[in-house]
Design a protein around this ligand. Structure first.
Ligand SMILES: Cc1ncc(COP(=O)(O)O)c(C=O)c1O
Length: 455
């Protein structure tokens, strides 16, 4: 048996920083990364044979719990039939149909009757996904959506919000939250200035900033890209009606709204954030990832036929992928969506609420200034007196309190995201036993956060 420290030493000799994705290096929490060998339900086990209750969930995909039997069986069956053909399979169509059918919301007139603060908005589509293209990563999905928006509008500029993460493509790394925030990097080296100049970065939840950027350059802007409910600077919920206003402003200027649901899609509800945003709105393109691949590399772009059919082979916007729609990934995605029924969402919502409330109670008890931020069943703790609303207010929190909190939880067998800028991922398999183990670990971690001092 090796130790985590030995594995990390060896990995650093073979891979930059010993990892294949930076946040896994545990740099910002000053701890030895755990090397996992197996996982089941809400638990992960490291090379030392130690079991942890997991709140990372593979960064989202493990929504049913790790190695869910139905997902594993679906993947095994698919593998036995062939790992990939470089040609189309019936399963791809079925997954595309499943995505299109799920991403819907009740007719607006009915909603308007039920929710007094909503004015029916004429012409709003309740089935925004008519065609789907499957890709392998969320990065590819957002990159393709942007190329499509540029192809459709004949314009070059893209508006993004500070602190939102849309993957690691050149044009989207400016003030990208999460990983770059964890490493305290301003952006990335290696992005040509000419490409960075095509992205206009503005503060989140600030409609005046949106109006200003459109007033100044509206006829050059192809699209606004937005995390449906931001979760890569910790959780920062959209202000009431923000997404709807964003869509209206973009559309008034002939630009598209790209709704990034890579993280929220099929997690916060059957139709993602689109299905639960209290004010209906009309995104043009929606990107999916994580849950939709059930733990294997799969992501997707969806939208109306008129836009999506601008993609090759029908249209002039090129996009392709050797492993796109891989049969194993499709099988995992389909099995996962099939098991994400109302009962599964209820289990996730209940477990998430219990963990969130226990965490805030423990921190209160220890006298730690903090806020609990929630968007549906996604939540995170921010060490601030007032709820952060954008990247600047997120960065102003007492982030130094998180590493000791994290380490205390880990020492007691709870694996949290190794950064204060990440959401906590609860799964449908977090039963009472798993939740109690988390709850029991919280008081000591809260005391560690209380005792923390700035570096
Ligand atoms: C909102 C959002 N968009 C895009 C991505 C990129 O996805 P991937 O890591 O699969 O490339 C992520 C990943 O965390 C994300 O959270």
């Amino acid at each position: 048996m090796t130790t985590n420290a030995q594995e990390f030493d060896r990995a650093r000799g073979a891979m930059p920083g010993g990892v294949n994705s930076p946040v896994r290096a545990f740099g910002s929490v000053a701890e030895t990364p755990r090397f996992f060998v197996s996982a089941s339900g809400p638990y992960v086990t490291d090379v030392e044979g130690r079991e942890y209750v997991d709140l990372v969930g593979s960064w989202g995909p493990a929504i049913l719990g790790h190695a869910h039997p139905a997902v594993v069986t679906a993947v095994q069956d698919a593998a036995a039939r062939g790992l990939g053909f470089g040609a189309s399979t019936p399963g791809e169509t079925e997954l595309a149909e499943l995505i299109a059918a799920r991403v819907t919301r009740p007719p607006l007139v009915e909603r308007a009757r039920n929710e007094r603060d909503e004015t029916p908005r004429a012409g709003l589509e309740t089935h925004p996904v008519e065609r789907v293209r499957l890709v392998s990563t969320g990065t590819e999905a957002t990159m393709t959506a942007i190329r499509l928006a540029r192809g459709a509008t004949g314009r070059d500029l893209v508006v993004k919000f500070a602190g939102h993460y849309h993957g690691h493509s050149d044009g989207l790394l400016a003030e990208a939250g999460s990983g770059v925030a964890t490493l305290a990097m301003p952006g990335s080296a290696g992005v040509p200035a000419a490409i960075a100049a095509q992205t206009l970065v503005i503060p989140y939840n600030d409609l005046d900033a949106v109006r200003e950027v459109f007033a100044a350059r509206g006829d050059e802007i192809a699209a606004v890209i937005v995390e449906a409910a931001p979760a890569n600077m910790g959780i920062v919920p959209p202000a009431h009606g923000f997404n709807a206003a964003l869509a209206d402003i973009a559309h008034a200027h002939g630009a598209l709204l790209i709704l990034d649901e890579v993280l929220t899609g099929f997690r916060v509800g059957p139709a993602g954030w689109y299905g639960i945003d209290p004010v209906p709105f009309a995104p043009d393109l929606i990107t999916f990832g994580k849950v939709v691949g059930g733990g294997l590399p799969l992501a997707a772009i969806g939208g109306p036929a008129a836009l999506m059919e601008l993609l090759a082979p029908l249209g002039p916007v090129y996009q392709a992928g050797t492993l796109s729609g891989n049969p194993l990934a499709v099988a995992a995605g389909r099995a996962t969506l099939d098991h994400l029924d109302a009962a599964a969402y209820e289990r996730i919502d209940t477990a998430a609420a219990t963990v969130a409330e226990a965490t805030t109670a423990a921190l209160h008890e220890a006298g730690v200034t903090h806020v609990l931020q929630r968007s549906g069943n996604l939540f995170s703790i921010q060490f601030a007196a007032e709820p952060p609303i954008d990247y600047d207010t997120v960065k102003a929190q007492e982030a130094f309190r998180y590493p000791p909190f994290f380490r205390a939880m880990l020492a007691q067998g709870v694996s949290l995201p190794p950064s204060v800028f990440e959401a906590w991922f609860v799964s449908a398999s977090h039963d009472d036993t798993a939740v109690s183990r988390i709850v029991d670990a919280l008081p000591a971690a809260a005391r560690a956060a209380a005792e923390a001092t700035p570096d």
